[in-house]
Design a protein around this ligand. Sequence first.
Ligand code: ADP
Length: 421
Amino acid sequence: MTVFLLILLVVVFGAWILQRRSFLLQLRSAERIIEEVAAGKKPATVALRRHRDFAGVAWRVEHLSEEHELLKQKFAEKTFNLDAILSSMIEGVLVVSKTHEIRVVNQSFCKMFNVPADALGQTVLRAVREAAVDEIIGETLDRGEVVAREISIATMQGEPRHYSVNSVPVKNPAGVTTDAVVVFHDISRLRQLEEVRREFVANVSHELRTPLSIFHGYLENLMENPKMPRTDIAAILKILSKHSRRLNALLEDLLTLARLESRRDRIDLAELPLRPMVETIAQEWRQKFATKNLSVTINVPDSVKLRADAFRLEQVLGNLLDNAIKFSRDGGTISMRAESQSDAVIVRVEDNGIGIPPADLPHIFERFYRVEKARSREAGGTGLGLSIVKHIVGLHGGNVRAESTFGTGTAIVLEFPATKD
Ligand code: ADP
């Protein structure tokens, strides 16, 4: 009996030991599996499932692992979307903490302010070195309010850059400002255009003022002297007529420019042989050449063809001939030449007139730019001819340049794309 009890005790104890050992082994593998889940790996729960006590644990660990994986995916997706959005934005974006440290920054911002991509964690002032930027952010963080402002930043190239800045506070559920999200929009181009428009309006006003004040003065003179001799009246009317022609020319050129810029009048491209057009124009301009005893030479091979709008091309050649006459000396020569190259058609209108000083040469295609204002005005120039030429040639896909030696002569060279046979 005692022996039997002893054997039973040994068996029970042995079974208990075995079960305990198996339990501990399962517990260890459960620990390992949880570590795997924490490390982001897919857990191997098969061994665990076999044990009755651990089947539930295995099921929950699997569920947890799936949840973890899903969360990871969602997080990665969100980060990817945020990164994609931030890096594709033209605007510069900055997220700054309460202590003015950069938490998020996108590529556009780094480019705008020459900031290295590893600026995260640095203070705004240290990374950007612009007090105006730090000030705006400071206002948002201190007051918890949206700040919208325009700033100008000096650049190494000389031209300042202009930005519209919007700084928005980020608040926690308690309403305390924790961060600022700042968006920078580059408005330099807009400012430049405004400047060009302002300058243009000022130039036009200036050009109109001169003839109008002349009109005003002479008309008052006529009204105050009803008995003015006929010869004096005739002289005044001649001056008025000249200025009304100038006014007209100015308005015509302004209208042409406005039309070209608005592209309301589309250009009508057709393949044109150049020689007949040049010859016709030279014929039509004979009298004008004669006023200065100018001789004209034409060297345009029959084979030269252009894809061009005939009316606009005539306008270009007319403007260039007009200049060539205005700036030629008596008895000078004007030549019109053209040649077809492999990928371009080159047209040159050349004179041996007064030429253009090197310092003025880069500017002559600008609106209202004249080397000698008085001389150009006196000759009936508006200062818009070459900008019209440049615009029209540009609409044909070509370009224009000037070659000139001061005192010797000028060549305006037009380059059109070659026509395809
Ligand atoms: P403008 O109506 O004054 O001729 P343009 O725009 O046609 O205006 O030309 C701008 C300026 O370029 C002229 O005022 C003149 O100073 C210079 N220029 C243009 N063509 C010639 C040329 N063939 N010879 C010398 N100067 C020229």
